[in-house]
Write a protein that binds this ligand. Structure first.
Ligand code: PLP
Length: 337
């Protein structure tokens, strides 16, 4: 099976497994795991931020950040397709007691003008707007990337209005590679960033939350309360260190392969609209002969797994377990549909 359902399906390579097996470990709840301490240092330094904390998942790093930046009853501003709102089990309400102010953006991205309109005035009737959260790349936007000037404009607005500014960077390195940006510019722009190691970077587990030293001290306490304090998890952190050293630049290959398959899809009469392919995700509308789920079933019969993300949309995600030969097979199979 060629699995394009997500970039979370990758398995660690032999070299990554070797790095994991030879990791030095200790009890991380005591702060004594050298591999975790090193991973946190590497990621914080890469972004020019003060401190970092290794967590089991991107959901946990996002939810810890939201908890750090808000009080119950506050409002969190985000795009209506964002992962923190749609796919984290209602965690904003459950964990932080906050409500959301949703913005209808452009392929998962919001603008400074929209954020400005979303900030509540000081008024006893209104919730206190506390946090703006962006997603880059935006998953449901088809892996779309922000224009960095827009990020800067939103950041300035947050600063002026006393709001915290968080980034769900589950696929931030895809954006950085695609737009030839630097992690340092992101570190300067945000109060906190969640970076996933278990998506395009190919690790089996793990995300890192980065922020100020003071914030990460609080994050460590919240991680414990959420049940995310791990012990000899340095075996997992070693995979993260390996990925930071080896799996970032190669993301360009995933982007190029996504483009290549999109070009084949474009030629088919049942593909009505492909969202612009900026990184490793291809989302397209299906019509005519197929519904989205019927197309996913037809592809599965040919050994290709894709996801019907709505009644009319199919998503394919390209990752490091996909080879050139698989791309050829995918293109041939699509041509025969
Ligand atoms: C944009 C985005 N943010 C956060 C997450 C959550 O990551 P995890 O599955 O590690 O909880 C995902 C997962 O796919 C995601 O796509």
């Amino acid at each position: 099976m060629i699995d394009l359902r997500s970039d979370t399906v990758t398995k660690p390579s032999a070299a990554m497994l070797k790095a994991m097996a030879s990791a030095e470990v200790g009890d991380d709840v005591f702060g004594e795991d050298p591999s975790i301490n090193l991973l946190e240092k590497i990621v914080a330094e890469r972004f020019g931020m003060e401190a970092a904390i290794f967590c089991p998942s991107g959901t946990m790093t996002n939810q810890i950040a939201i908890k750090c930046h808000t009080q119950p009853g506050d409002e969190v501003v985000c795009e209506q397709l964002s992962h923190i709102y749609r796919y984290e089990g209602g965690g904003i309400a459950f964990n932080s007691g906050c409500q959301v102010h949703l913005i209808q953006g452009d392929r998962g991205r919001i603008s400074a003008a929209q954020v400005k309109n979303a900030i509540n005035p000081v008024d006893d009737h209104k919730s206190h707007t506390a946090l703006v959260s962006l997603e880059n790349t935006a998953n449901r936007g088809g892996g779309s990337c922000y224009d960095f000037d827009e990020i800067l404009a939103i950041g300035q607005l947050c600063k002026k209005s006393g709001l915290k500014f968080h980034l769900d960077g589950a696929r931030l390195f895809n954006a950085i590679v695609a737009k030839k940006e630097s992690p340092l510019q992101y570190g300067k722009a945000f109060d906190s960033i969640s970076v996933c190691l278990s998506k395009g970077l190919g690790c089996p587990v793990g995300s890192v939350l980065i922020g100020t030293r003071e914030m990460i001290v609080r994050a460590r306490r919240i991680r414990k309360v959420f049940g995310g304090g791990m012990r000899q998890a340095g075996y997992l952190a070693a995979a993260g260190i390996f990925a930071m050293e080896n799996n970032i630049d190669r993301l360009a290959q995933d982007h190029q392969r996504a483009q290549c398959v999109a070009e084949t899809l474009q030629t088919k009469d049942f593909v009505e609209n492909i969202l612009p392919v900026e990184t490793n995700i291809v989302i397209f509308e299906v019509g005519g002969r197929y519904t989205a789920s019927a197309l996913a079933a037809a592809l599965a019969k040919k050994g290709i797994l894709a996801i019907a993300i709505s009644a009319t949309q199919v998503r394919m995600v390209f990752h490091l377990d996909i080879t050139d030969q698989m791309i050829e097979n995918i293109r041939t199979s699509i041509q025969l549909l």
